[in-house]
Design a protein around this ligand. Structure first.
Ligand code: BGP
Length: 484
């Protein structure tokens, strides 16, 4: 089992799921701060305090409303695991595990509370400087996601978020502020987390209208342009900057060998996985894009200048998350998967987690080998792990053999891919410390190698306890992937 020297072993988190301190030091609100616990659909229903003090419900908080916590409502992202105040302790634990890299995101609304200001919020910038300096002191390289599932609420309510072209300029200003401020401290960046979710998870809705597709493809186009502009600026501000795309990587198989299933599966790859990666890595829309636009009657606001920008701002490396695979069929699905973020038909050859995520390390090897030859760029797995309900045993420990077994198999798959010539440069396991789950909004779907005493109802001491997987991962890193 050979991993390259200097392989980036580490872990990953996102600001909105772990920081808490949602109204501290001048931070503005994000939609995540005001969505309550529950399933994906339910979470989109926001309960907010209106300007006149009465509760209102809707898809987003209107501008001018007060986003305070309502009585009897628990907003898990507002408190997270309080990383904001405990980052030193947490980073020290990451260092103890031997992390070489820590993937984290910046909360846009800490830097620009409304999102459209000229001047950044100094207290927000100072917080991340302290985090980066702490990482540096421990010899851990930061990998920073500029946008990970959150943005200032003001941009959502006033501009309609990424439906508006003006978002490109706001995002660019935000990203440039980061590149300039943290020059020398951060050189690895990701522009958008799981950018392909916008189109991939339309399949999760019971009904999707032509307008939904129009919006999704248009939002993506603006994000592609924003990402490309920012890649260029990152290089200009510091030639050492490396910027990657980030794709939600779900390997999909045809459920049967019916040629119609095989073709449908290929189209699923194009729509769900390749579409975004191709634009961001190759700097142009692929041939099949027109077929997709025609199929969904999408008519994009896209200029000749946009296309030049895409060409000039291709990413330096390809990063992705990998948790599971899925199966695609044209036949009636007799056994669909129905967990959070999971799509498609049930694969009879695989085991499923409690949230119906298929456990498929071969799918990871398949994905790695495919992307290596498609893009010829360095690859990095920036999320992988097992969400599970951990039990604190009488000895005050968490014996999470199931997580160790999941990670071991996936790291073995990485090793095989590397042996086959794949240029994989790093692995940051998702939710290396327990945090709020993105899909369920709950604490009880835990990924951590470090347990956090915080429960779904918001109770708990927030104490950190290394799990068995912590010590196992420590040995994996110390042996550079030999001791699995
Ligand atoms: C990815 C997201 C993460 C994360 C992870 C696990 O889609 O990038 O933010 O949370 O999935 O998903 P969940 O929390 O729903 O289990």
């Amino acid at each position: 089992m050979r991993f390259p020297t200097n392989f980036y072993w580490g872990g990953a988190t996102a600001a909105n799921q772990c920081e808490g301190a949602y109204d501290v030091d001048g931070r503005g609100l994000t939609l995540k701060d005001v969505t309550t616990i529950g399933g994906l659909k339910k979470r989109r229903q926001v309960t907010y305090l209106q300007a006149d003090g009465t509760p209102g419900k809707g898809l987003a908080i209107p501008d001018g409303a007060h986003g305070a916590v309502l009585p009897n409502e628990y907003y898990p992202n507002q408190t997270g695991i309080d990383f904001y105040h405990r980052y030193q302790e947490d980073i020290a634990l990451f260092a103890k595990m031997g992390f070489k890299m820590y993937r984290m995101s910046i909360s846009w609304s800490r830097i620009f509370p409304r999102g459209d200001e000229e001047e950044p919020n100094q207290a927000g910038l100072d917080f991340y400087r302290r985090v980066f300096e702490t990482l540096k002191a421990h010899g851990i390289e930061p990998l920073v996601t500029i946008s990970h599932f959150d943005m200032p609420l003001h941009l959502e309510t006033v501009y309609g978020g990424w439906n508006d072209r003006r978002m490109i300029a706001f995002y660019q200003h935000y990203a440039e502020t980061l590149f300039t401020t943290y020059r020398g401290l951060v050189k690895h960046w990701i522009t958008f987390n799981e950018i392909n979710n916008t189109i991939m998870f339309l399949a999760l809705r019971s009904q999707t209208s032509a307008a939904d597709y129009q919006r999704a493809y248009q939002q993506l186009h603006y994000q592609f342009v924003a990402s490309a502009l920012v890649v260029k600026r990152a290089h200009a501000i510091d030639p050492e900057n490396q910027v990657g795309c980030m794709i939600c990587g779900i390997t999909s198989y045809p459920l049967t060998c019916d040629p119609a299933d095989v073709l449908k599966n290929r189209y699923a790859w194009e729509q769900n996985i390749y579409y975004c990666g191709d634009v961001q890595c190759q700097g142009q829309y692929p041939t099949y894009a027109q077929r997709l636009w025609d199929e969904y009657q999408v008519d994009l606001d896209m200029t000749a200048t946009d296309l030049e920008i895409l060409k000039a701002g291709t990413v330096d490396w390809y990063t992705f998350s990998y948790y599971m695979s899925t199966a695609i069929t044209t036949h009636e699905i007799t056994s669909a998967v129905g967990g959070n973020f999971s799509i498609g038909a049930r694969n009879p050859y695989l085991q499923y987690s409690e949230w119906e995520w298929a456990d498929d390390p071969d799918g990871l090897q398949y994905y790695l080998e495919l992307m290596n030859d498609r893009y010829h760029l360095p690859l990095m797995i920036v999320e992988n792990g097992l969400g599970a309900k951990d039990q604190l045993t009488a000895d005050g420990q968490i014996h999470d053999q199931y997580r160790i077994s999941y990670m071991r198999k996936h790291i073995q798959a990485m090793a095989t891919a590397i042996q086959h010539g794949v240029n994989l440069i790093g692995y940051t396991s998702w939710g290396c410390i327990d945090l709020v789950s993105a899909g369920t909004g709950q604490m009880s779907k835990r990924y951590g190698l470090i347990y956090v005493d915080r429960q779904d109802d918001g109770s708990g001491t927030l104490a950190r306890i290394p799990k068995d997987s912590f010590y196992w991962y420590q040995r994996v890193i110390a042996s550079n992937g030999q001791a699995l």
